[in-house]
Design a protein around this ligand. Sequence first.
Ligand code: SF4
Length: 404
Amino acid sequence: MEGSCGGNRRQFLKATATTGAVLAAADSVLAAPPESPLPLVKLGKTGVKVTKLGMGTSWAVAESFVQRAIASGVRYIDTSETYERGKAEIALGNVLARTGQRKDVYLVTKNGSYEGTKGSARAKTFVTHLQSSLERLQTDYVDCYYIHGIRGRDIDLFTDPEVIKTFEELKRSGKIKFAGFSCHDAMLPELVEAGAKSGWIDQMMIKYNYREMNVDRIKRAVDVASKANLGIVAMKTQGGSEAFRYGPGEKDERILALKEKGFKAPQAAIKAVLNDERIHLAVSEMTNFEELRENMGAVVAPLTAKEARLLEEHRVLTANRYCHGCGHLCETASKGVPVATVLRYYRYYESYGKREEARALYQALPPESRAVADLDLAGVDAACPHGLPVADLLRAADRRLGIV
Ligand code: SF4
């Protein structure tokens, strides 16, 4: 026992010292140090070492913040042609060109324009849209190119010979080093298994957080991906750790009590995900220096037993305020309304403050997917095992997101 206590103490001291060094580095806004103070990890079969903290850029990314994040040690950046309609790629391109740091970061972008296309037209989008991304990013290659947000209906992408050939050619041309996909669909487990078995996918970024990482079908799928040696990147690690915002004057004393105990749900959520050794890194949508600093600290310090207990308490307290994305459970009763998708867009609007983007996404859905006002949705509340007031949320989403 004594040896084990000594080991724990040594681990604690080491983590504390590393955390201090990392936080000190985050305070520096000088030119990027040659080496990141963040821990590195080998990203599965890519064999590339990347930082355990990556930066997500789906918001109105400020060039000064990107520069600061890289200077602080973040060496993994995730973007997409769709983020802020290409503006995120433009901002990243400006920073990487200005600082000459393109080769210092592992850069991922995505094609979100294949949806709704078929056959060779679908495969061709991966060539034409990559070219536009490279121009915005002011680079001649990306480290990995993703199929963006793959859904169950597009699962055949993994076995489509034209898509496979296209990615192989892009790799040969040097425009991409690796191939991957991102996913937060209700069919995530099936898609992850199909991607892992495809043989040509090198890495993936999936929705993975403390609310869902213990669900059997998700655990099994991640196992398959891990055995196939895919690089596994977690996104949406927060699982709405703040859940839907409380309305004006509305408080939950139990959540406030957790905060008063000094509990930081966002950082505990990142630690919980990285506690799973199959997960290589977490991509976080950081928007300010304070979050960057907190998250840099989170990736070096282990999840403590107390944090694990409080996170579980938090999960239980907020479970009925967060849509878990398990649309297969309630969409049989929603008469064509894609509940998980609509509530995700509503979360973008309410919790992330991405109002324009959320409205644009919602309004791009076919009319029958948005016709919630006329539907009898009584059965859909009963179908949700997490106790969400689904019908009310769908109607609230329609009121806020349906405004042209
Ligand atoms: S409303 Fe409930 S059942 Fe439907 S996707 Fe969300 S959490 Fe799952």
